[in-house]
Each structure stands twice: as structure tokens, then as C-alpha cells.
Design a protein. Sequence first.
Length: 265
Amino acid sequence: MDLDGNVFNEAEEFSNLSAAEPTEDSIIKKSKKTGKHRGRNELRGDLETKEIVHTLPEDQRKCAVCGSKLVPFSKEYITTRLCIIPAKIFKITYFREVYKCEHCDKHGDKANIVKAPNLTPAPVIPRGLPEAELIAYISEAKYLLGEPIYRMEQHFKMQGIYLNRTSLANWIIKSSEWLIPVVKHFWKYAYLEPVLNANETTLRVLKIHGKPVKKLGQMWVVCTGASAKLLIAIYTQAAGRTLAASLWTAYLKMIRTAKRQKLSI
């Protein structure tokens, strides 16, 4: 484990024991019009709700006045709490049934064998182990939550799954090919906007096409504006001149860059 400064004191740094406990109303998105929380009924309409109802034992369902049986007629609300079930790892094993004609098997020359169609989904990694859900889980943890691959390796190991970081990295790289059509659609909708923002930045690169490098890499981010119909940000490793050529070929509107940057062919 990388014992950086946040391992031990992150909770202490951000805790405030005098702060009020979050409520069901405070953890939902505020209304843009009123700036107020929307209320209990709008805590994500699709959020699964598990209802727990406390009941009287059968031997206590007796009226203390007349001795008749008590019957339920309503429910009284007590409280709401938020719960989570951690990610569950399991195997999926695919089979298909094989059928035979018993009559042909007994009285014919040979049994008539019929197999059910193979409806197994195409694998994300050819002949690979991971299902699409596992690839999505790893990619989300890496690029949305910023979790390093070596920590994922440790997390899986604690659950008895020995996936090394090389395998996890390979899955991320190989599965990215499935996202190429999505990125093309991003470019398609970005080109519909009257203005695009483009900015170049340097970043540390350890390998390019499998070969170690020591110099800083260049990355461009192209994004739509705040008033765009779709908020899109596309990261590309293309050098400035290459990016400029591709942009000006397909996009004939305004491109805004940082002060000292030039997009010239």
C-alpha cells in the first residue's frame, strides 16, 4: 500500500463532529428555480426501496378493552435510512441444452440431436475472462473515481481474486476499441456547435505504443461550451498540427484556444 498523507489523516482532516447529520432531503439535488431541496419523494425516483414494517407478534394482537383480535389497518412512518450493498463478484457459466429424439434413438439408425442456439454475448476481450460489467466497473474506478490500478489489484486480492495490474491494464486498453464509435458520435455532436474550446497540456507519459519514453507527452482537450446542448469533452493525444488539420477539415466554425496557443496547419 502506498502510505501517502491521505491514508491516515484524511478522515481527521475532513471530519467535523459538530456538523449536522445529512438528511434524506439534504442529499438530493436542489431545484434550479428555487435553490431548495426537492423533498423526500424526489430522492431519485429509480432508487430501490426496501421497506421494513415492524409488526406485533401474533400472541399480542389482542384488544385490551374487549379482548377481540387486533387487525392491521394502516402503517405509521418512522424514518428513512440510506444503505448500500458492496459490489459482488461472481462467475457466469454459459451452457446450452442438447436435445435428442427418443424415438429415433430407440428405433432409428441414429438419434436426432438438436442443440439450442449459442446466444452467449460477444466478449469484450476476445477469448477473455471479463464480462462487460467488470470492464465497466474497472474503467469507472480508474477514470471517474481516480483509483490507481495497483489499488484495484489489492482490492480484488482481498476478495480472493488474484488479478494482477498487467491484466487489468490490458483489459482497459483492449476494451477501449469498443468505445471508438462512441467517441465518433461525440465528435459528430461537437461539430454541430458554433464554438469549440481547445486547450493543450503536458502530462507525464511512461510508454507510447509499448515503448518507454522519458519526455513529457502532449494532450489536447476539445470541449463544447457551457451553453451547448450537450456538454462534451474529448481528450486526444494528437499533436497540435495534426489536431488542427483534422479540426479544420471537418469543422468550419469558431475554435477558441488559450492565450498563447496557436492552432495552425
